[in-house]
Design a protein around this ligand. Structure first.
Ligand SMILES: [Zn+2]
Length: 463
């Protein structure tokens, strides 16, 4: 089925947009439908390019609203204290992450996927299946590491080992299996190489990921300098910054996106800009974990591509992409008195759509232009949350838009049609999630990192 969107608003104009097959085929006045074209009345609607949820961890859905206010290193210990061993929970978490992304205007999700111990490949396959079933464009990025947890904290190699780290070769072989069995760009499912970050990964693992990325034409992803502890750790491990080290390894490039990028130095920003790399801004997670404010204005001024992510639902504690865009653009007004540097709603939209696509090496996504792949979102402007009519971009991204996604296409396929999801029944998702009430009754005993953390971070000793 082809589509003709009659008289829609976008880019401060009102005109027709035609979708033929998977692409935007025409933009202009009074376009004529063919017999196989469905005509949609676009009046009172706003068309935007699909947004990209450029960093998430679907499995954290099971921990939303649950973990105490803690910094990342201690928060992680709580996250891993409640092990999930059930592939149905993996599937449902991906389904919900994808669904929340779709209904807040996202057509693409990057899932930095936490893997179930002993069921790593099956986890990747279950999440990929969920995204395939849902129809969202998904970049499934298995979260891998080969260093024990205690070493993620400065001085941590001197304390008893926390958690078992797999052999590097085992991890690299797993990634190859994931590529072989799940990488399917034609179906909208791509595998991404994504060592979790310098704090938990060896150089050999980064190199292994670069090798697969080159061989199979894949994107690279990683956390980067999310906390000050990681900044200290980089100096301790490498005697230079994390960006300088990753650049020497060859990990920083046009198809590399880094989540967070908070504790960057000026030279790091220069390197990221020179290499054409992307930083994914996760404002809510950064607030929740007290990680810091990413230097987004400075990065943008110096030519670093910045996109937007929700991060996992245990550090957000939801997956509302519009909320992340709103806070992620307004937050930086606090960091620069010169209001001419502040981010406008239009620029915020560009970061979340075009910026997200660029970070995945997708020049065919993120803009509304003839020939582009039709990942599009048609939002209702007559919902009460969007009234009265003022500036549609401002109302959508900075207002309180709720349930305004009326139609949503991924590569020309309508996933949401006239307000209804075509691939998932939210009532079924609700019932299946409800079945797992009380799953947290099993708590793993993990050693306590807190005394060491407080010592190395210069916090007062615990009483
Ligand atoms: Zn993350």
């Amino acid at each position: 089925m082809d589509y003709l969107l009659r008289a829609v608003q976008f880019d401060e104009r009102t005109t027709d947009v035609a979708i033929t097959g998977s692409r935007i085929s025409a933009i202009g006045e009074n376009l004529q439908p063919t017999p196989q074209t469905a005509v949609i009345d676009g009046r009172d609607h706003y068309l935007m390019p699909g947004l990209v949820n450029a960093h998430s961890h679907s499995l954290e859905t099971w921990m939303r609203g649950f973990i105490a206010p803690l910094p990342l290193e201690l928060w992680l210990m709580q996250l891993y204290a409640y092990p999930i061993d059930n592939l149905d929970m993996v599937y449902l978490a991906a389904w919900q992450t994808g669904w929340d992304t779709l209904r807040s205007g996202g057509t693409t999700v990057v899932d930095h996927l936490i893997l179930l111990p002993g069921q790593e490949l099956a986890t990747i396959q279950a999440a990929a299946q969920a995204y395939r079933d849902l129809g969202i464009r998904a970049y499934v990025a298995p979260l891998v590491q080969d260093v024990p947890f205690n070493e993620s904290v400065p001085g941590g190699d001197a304390i008893p080992e926390v958690g078992e780290a797999p052999e590097t070769a085992t991890v690299v072989a797993l990634l190859h299996e994931a590529i072989r069995t799940c990488h399917d760009p034609a179906a909208g499912i791509q595998i991404v190489m994504a060592p979790t970050g310098i704090q938990l990964c060896s150089d050999a693992l980064f190199r292994g990921c670069i090798e697969w990325a080159q061989r199979y034409d894949l994107c690279l992803h990683s956390h980067l300098l999310e906390t000050q502890a990681q900044e200290h750790l980089a100096q301790e491990k490498y005697g230079c910054t994390a960006v300088e080290h990753l650049d020497r390894l060859g990990y920083v490039g046009e198809r590399t996106s880094f989540a967070h990028g908070i504790w960057l130095r000026d030279r790091d920003i220069e390197i990221l800009a020179q290499r054409g790399a992307t930083v994914v801004h996760n404002p809510l997670s950064n607030l929740r974990l007290g990680s810091g404010i990413a230097p987004v204005l400075k990065m943008r001024r110096q030519g670093v591509n910045v996109s937007i992510g929700c991060d996992g639902a245990a550090s957000n504690d939801g997956q509302n992409l519009l909320e992340a865009v709103k806070i992620g653009s307004m937050l930086h007004n606090l960091t620069d008195a010169d209001y001419r540097h502040w981010i406008t709603p239009q620029q915020a939209l560009q970061m979340a759509s075009h910026g997200g696509a660029k970070g995945l090496g997708r020049s065919d996504l993120g803009t509304i232009a003839i020939g582009q792949t039709a990942d599009l979102v048609l939002c209702r402007l007559d919902d009460l949350s969007m009234l009265p009519h003022t500036n549609p971009t401002g109302s959508l991204l900075w207002g309180q838009a709720q349930n305004v996604v009326d139609w949503l296409w991924v590569a020309g396929r309508p996933i949401i049609r006239a307000g209804h999801c075509q691939t998932l029944d939210p009532a079924e998702l609700r019932e299946r999630l409800k079945q797992y009430k009380g799953w947290r009754s099993r708590r793993a005993a993990l050693p306590d990192l807190e005394p060491h953390y407080r010592r190395v971070m210069g916090l007062t000793a615990m009483s």
